[in-house]
Write a protein that binds this ligand. Structure first.
Ligand code: CA
Length: 227
């Protein structure tokens, strides 16, 4: 039997915190709570968690700095909860190492789906060298891709971006992160390179490239893999 998920909730709004703790507990997610970044550091010292839900505006500092600090030593999935819906801030959070974001207010079902997608990665994919997603099979060790059992020819750059996305299902990767991984560049003028490669990958892997099931667009931000 799989043990319940352990989530650290970092949120200074007491009412939101209470609501989330109750609703998550009802869905078999154990929550430890922190009302500040200082509390969050203490909680992380006490127990290992499967995921962090992080509000960005906290009384003793900015969540963005906390993500950067955490990523020096910890790769636990981070799902940012933010009332601030500016695209720029979401992108900054993702660029410094957050996995995904959800704007407040959000539906509980959506939050649970995101939590499951991000924690599934941690619990399974690291021990699974082969990912099966519908009719697509990706062999991370053999660096090969099959569609309906037949080998798919990918260029080196297509393969690199596909492995980057598919090795982290549910995680949103920004244009900047994909440019750095594929072309060692962060030049915003090169975003179209990423779009072109994703277009090629969709044609090669998706049953309906216009309505992709695996290579999903986060408009204006980047892409995520869904298994
Ligand atoms: Ca806040």
């Amino acid at each position: 039997m799989i043990s319940p998920l352990q989530v650290l909730l970092v949120e200074d709004d007491f009412a939101i915190r209470r609501l989330l703790v109750d609703r998550l507990a009802a869905n078999h997610v154990q929550v430890s709570e922190a009302g500040s970044l200082g509390d969050a550091r203490l909680r992380l010292g006490e127990r290992v968690v499967d995921l962090i839900l992080l509000d960005l505006g906290l009384p003793d500092g900015d969540g963005l700095g906390f993500i950067e600090e955490l990523r020096q030593w910890n790769d636990v999935p981070i799902l940012v909860l933010s009332a601030r819906d500016q695209e720029r801030e979401k992108i900054r959070a993702l660029d410094v190492g957050a996995d995904d974001f959800l704007g407040k207010p959000f539906a509980m079902g959506e939050l649970l789906a995101r939590i499951r997608a991000l924690t599934r990665r941690v619990r399974s994919s690291r021990t699974e060298p082969i990912l099966q997603a519908g009719n697509v099979q990706i062999d991370f060790a053999g660096l090969s891709v099959l569609r309906d059992g037949a080998a798919v020819h990918l260029t080196p750059i297509e393969l690199r971006l596909l492995l980057l996305l598919a090795s982290q299902p549910g995680r949103v990767l920004t244009y900047r992160q994909m440019l750095l991984a594929g072309w060692s560049s962060a030049d915003p003028d090169l975003h179209h390179y990423v779009r072109i490669v994703i277009g090629h990958l969709r044609r090669k892997l998706e049953s309906d490239p216009a309505r992709p099931a695996h290579l999903l667009t986060e408009t204006g931000i980047g892409y995520r893999w869904q298994s």
